[in-house]
Design a protein around this ligand. Structure first.
Ligand code: GLA
Length: 392
């Protein structure tokens, strides 16, 4: 469904449920992760982009202390009194994303809002595809409710409060990548993030290039333990390196070089050493990738994407058979410059850097090979980097 159609549906549903027009409507897109995997919480670097699909959140203040939330895609309505706002642990768990964001908009004291609100939201990002539908919901919520209640925050503060909602209310120990990409996206450009200094810049992609997202049918759920255990291993490794490296100032894996990992890995367990080398290598690849993009060397950039996937496959072990098959199929197609898993991993989607003129051929070839192996078909969609979140 096109964004305009989603917007029309959300506004029409708002009128049907509450009467009249919503006071504010916000839009926030999903994201693709292009290079730099599991580096955000290691205070490293990532290339990502906002996509042309997202969530619309329409809201008006309520006259009383009641909050009414309508999730259009799920056809569900959640109601709660302002005084009873809390995480929703079973049933309509989507409400935790909205209420958690609302909670942190008011610094953890939602009662300070004084009045409740009524809202309808809906979107067109496929769930479980690794396109950050949840971050797009958080960010759309924060923008719309921020406007309804007259709360002004800068973009980075907004991204951080949305991340806090995911971490503390939705049980997802994610970094800041998804929320920042949704907010800082720009049409035709990548977002280059430095998560130590929260520096976000847009880097142009040039003409004649696009991404293709290939959604496997393998499960992707970051609230399960695998994401958290990878994050823990990275933190353990950073502590170890802080102890053995004499240079000082080591707090995260961002501070460790590949040469240092090679020299000192012997003091780590084999598994922790394998986990640690992934974000260390990814940081180096993002820095190299930036130099290649500047020169317009898309083939070189794509080669780094393939290296990134190998690192996921062999070291971080956050890939799976389905994602590996997509990347292997992509490698044989000359119009694909690079491919890798995108986002948390353990299922979800691969991100391919492609010549858009050959999109149909690429999709057909990958679908054929995937189907021969797994029996079902992946979903291939061409993505042009798009503008970030905004009020409509
Ligand atoms: C998920 C998380 C992000 C990031 C990526 C991996 O998308 O939500 O914070 O850690 O995985 O790079």
């Amino acid at each position: 469904m096109l964004n305009q159609e989603v917007y029309d549906k959300v506004v029409a549903a708002f009128a049907a449920k509450f009467g009249g027009k919503p006071a504010k409507v916000a839009y926030a897109p999903g994201r693709i992760e292009v290079l730099g995997n599991h580096t955000d919480y290691n205070e490293g670097y990532v290339f990502s982009a906002a996509i042309d699909k997202g969530t619309f959140f329409a809201a008006s203040p309520a006259d009383d202390g009641k909050i009414t939330l309508v999730a259009l895609n799920m056809d569900e309505t959640y109601e709660v009194e302002l005084s009873a706002v809390a995480p929703v642990k079973s049933g309509m768990t989507w409400a935790s994303y909205v209420l958690g964001t609302f909670n942190w908009l008011f610094d953890g004291n939602p009662a300070a809002a004084g009045k409740g609100f009524k809202a309808v939201f809906g979107g067109n990002i496929p769930l479980g595809a690794g396109l950050s539908s949840s971050a797009s919901l958080d960010v759309a919520t924060a923008l719309a409710l921020g406007a309804v209640y007259g709360i002004e925050k800068d973009k980075t503060a907004l991204a951080k409060l949305c991340q806090k909602a995911e971490n503390t209310w939705a049980g997802c120990p994610c970094g800041l990548l998804d929320q920042a990409s949704s907010i800082y996206g720009k049409a035709g450009a990548l977002v280059k993030s430095d998560f130590r200094y929260c520096k976000f810049e847009n880097v142009s992609m040039g003409e004649g290039i696009a991404f293709m997202m290939v959604k496997s049918n393998a499960k992707h759920a970051l609230v399960d333990g695998a994401y958290a255990s990878r994050r823990q291993a990275c933190e353990d490794a950073a502590k170890y390196f802080a102890g053995v490296l004499k240079k000082g100032g080591v707090t995260h894996l961002r501070d460790v070089t590949m040469a240092e990992w090679v020299l000192y890995r012997g003091g780590l367990s084999e598994t922790t050493a394998k986990r640690a080398v992934h974000p260390i290598g990814e940081d180096e690849r993002v820095i190299q990738g930036a130099a290649l993009l500047e020169k317009g060397d898309l083939k070189g950039f794509g080669a780094l994407m393939y290296d990134s996937h190998e690192s996921s496959r062999n070291w971080f072990e956050n890939s799976c058979e389905e994602l590996d098959a997509i990347v292997d199929a992509a490698k044989a197609i000359p119009e694909v410059y690079g491919a890798r898993l995108s986002g948390g991993g353990f299922g979800g989607s691969c991100c391919l850097l492609v010549d858009p003129a050959a999109a149909d051929k690429i999709a057909a070839q990958i679908t054929k090979e995937y189907k021969a192996k797994f029996g079902d078909e992946p979903v291939c969609s061409v993505i042009q980097p798009s503008d970030g979140a905004h009020l409509v």
